[in-house]
Structures are given as C-alpha cells and as structure tokens.
Design a protein around this ligand. Structure first.
Ligand code: NAD
Length: 281
C-alpha cells in the first residue's frame, strides 16, 4: 500500500506500540484516528501528534464494546472520508492459568479478543467494498507458545493469531485488495506490565495477591529489558506497505518457539521456558 494520504485507525493509540506506530505512520503522511480508554494520555498523544503536523483525531472508548469500535470507523469516515488501515492493537495482560477468577479472564478476553473481532467487523466490510485496506492484529510471542503465569493472556493471543490466519485465507479467497498482518512481538518497552491501571475497579483487588504481584514484578523486568517501540512501529509500517502477514520483531524466538512445539507434538520434550530470550530477539 502507498501510504501518503491514507487513513489509519489505531486502538490503544495513546501509549506504547500504538502511539509509536501512530508517530511512524504520521511521518509517512497518514491521517490518524486514535482510540483509547485512557483520557489524559489520549489527549496528550493527539496534541503532540498535531503539534508535529499530523492530521489526527482521538476518540475515547473501550474496544471490548462493539459500538465504541464502530464509532472509530464512523469518525474516520466523517473526518477523512474513509479508512484504509485498522490496527487492532489495544491489549491488557493478567492471569495465570491456575487461580485466575473468571471475571479477570473475561476482562482480558474482552479487550484482547473481542477488541480484534469488533475491529474486523467494523472495518473489513468497508475495506472489501472499496477494494483497498489492511488489518493489523496485535498478537504476541505468547500467541505462539504457552508461558507459565500468562494463561489468560496466552489464550487471548492464541485466539488473535488464529483469527488472523483465518482472515488471511478468507481475504485471499475474496480476491480483493485487502490484507492482514499478525504482529507477534516478544518484550517491548511499554506500559503493558501496568495493564491493571485499566482494570474495572471491582477487579483491582485481584491484583494485590502475592502470586499476581510476583508475576507483575517479573513482567516489569522483562518488559523493561525489551526492544524499543520504534523498532516495532517500523516493522508494522513495512508490513502494511508490503502486505506481509507475519510481523516477527523477535524472529529468532518466534521461530524457535514454533519449532520446539512441532518437535514436542512429534514426541520430543516440552519446550524449556526462558523468557529472557524473548527480550532482544
Ligand atoms: N509490550 C510488550 O512486551 C508486548 C509484547 C507482545 C504483545 N504486546 C501487545 O501489544 C499491544 C499494545 O500494548 P503495549 O505494549 O503498547 O502496552 P501499553 O499498555 O503501553 O499500551 C496499551 C494501550 O491500550 C489501551 N487500552 C487498554 N485497554 C483498552 C480498552 N479496553 N479499550 C481501548 N484501549 C485500551 C491502554 O490505555 C494503552 O494506551 C497489546 O495488545 C499487547 O498485548 C505487547
């Protein structure tokens, strides 16, 4: 896709990977619609992008709510005429497979999976109709292999990878000029380890248990030794330009994880878990 003058909608656009990608696309002349659930960072992101000359609007909303994601599409249409790119990127992390209350699972699945489903339903029909568009869904290395302490997160990211693969095949069969990419990073320096800031109030006490605290301390260390967001943003932009499905910012870890799973399926040992390998690639 030639990017100059196109319009991208980015969820989770007020922080981390979403904001860095907004900055990257703005330098290529892309109009932006940023969606986020956090008002102050969203306002700040929009103001700073505008100050750098970008055409950008921001919309407060929750990606788990269908109407809020359709509102992003409607805002893109009324402000910029249409949208060409949707980056279904908002995400949160919490919850080992053992002992996580169902309501916490629901929150993680609501943001990470329903958010992607809502983005596909809101934008793909319009992309097919105009015979132009690209979807980027944010998965994770945690969508390619199971990780202890990350049950709900892994479940949601496996779902995102699966949905993205299905969408790839359906788009290919449609014969239209609409593509999809699955972004599967390892650790990236963002605020993902502070996801509980966006937890519904009634779930926040869950985050105070010794187990969840230990997991969050570990996640904070891993995230803080991860790669810079700009590296991810450049990879996302390149994938949109070249219509590339896999965006593997930590390619070595992604391939190794996948090979180890395949060997395990064929009777080999279960993969060893060394999360420090997922920091730099
Ligand atoms: N940082 C990493 O190491 C890493 C690794 C793999 C995948 N990811 C994924 O990257 C994506 C972006 O996360 P990040 O690392 O930039 O973290 P981040 O916390 O810096 O940014 C996430 C953004 O999503 C927003 N958000 C949260 N819940 C929302 C909701 N219900 N509706 C709308 N917006 C909401 C947050 O307010 C925040 O601005 C997520 O899907 C995450 O799972 C991150």
């Amino acid at each position: 896709m030639e990017l100059q003058g196109k319009t991208a909608v980015i969820t989770g656009g007020a922080s981390g990977i979403g904001l860095a990608t907004a900055r990257q696309l703005a330098t290529s002349g892309v109009n932006l619609v940023l969606g986020d659930i956090e008002a102050a960072p969203l306002h700040e992101a929009v103001e700073s992008l505008r100050a750098s000359g970008a055409n950008v609007i921001g919309l407060l909303g929750d990606v788990a709510k269908e109407a809020d994601v359709f509102a992003l599409r409607d805002a893109a249409v009324s402000e910029f005429g249409t949208a060409h790119i949707v980056f279904n990127n908002a995400g949160v992390g919490a919850g080992p497979a053992i002992g996580t209350p169902k309501k916490v699972w629901d929150w993680v699945m609501g943001v990470n999976v329903d958010g992607v489903i809502n983005g596909i339903n809101a934008f793909v029909p319009m992309f097919l109709e105009q015979n132009e568009g690209h979807v980027v869904n944010t998965g994770s290395l945690a969508g390619l292999g199971g990780v202890p302490g990350m049950g709900a997160y892994c479940a949601s990211k496996f779902a995102v990878v699966g949905i993205s693969e299905c969408l790839f095949h359906e788009l290919l069969l449609s014969g239209k000029n609409v593509g999809v990419s699955a972004l599967c990073p390892g650790f990236v320096r963002t605020r993902i380890h502070e996801s509980h800031r966006n937890m519904p109030d009634e779930l926040k006490s869950y985050n105070e248990t010794p187990t969840t605290k230990a997991i969050s301390d570990f996640a904070a260390k891993a995230v803080n030794s991860g790669i810079d967001v700009t590296e991810v943003a450049i990879a996302v932009e390149n994938a949109i330009r070249t219509n590339t499905f896999w965006i593997l910012t930590h390619e070595h870890s992604a391939i190794r994880t996948t090979e180890q799973r395949a060997a395990w399926m064929q009777g080999g040992p279960p993969p060893g878990i060394d999360l420090s390998r997922a920091t730099k690639g």
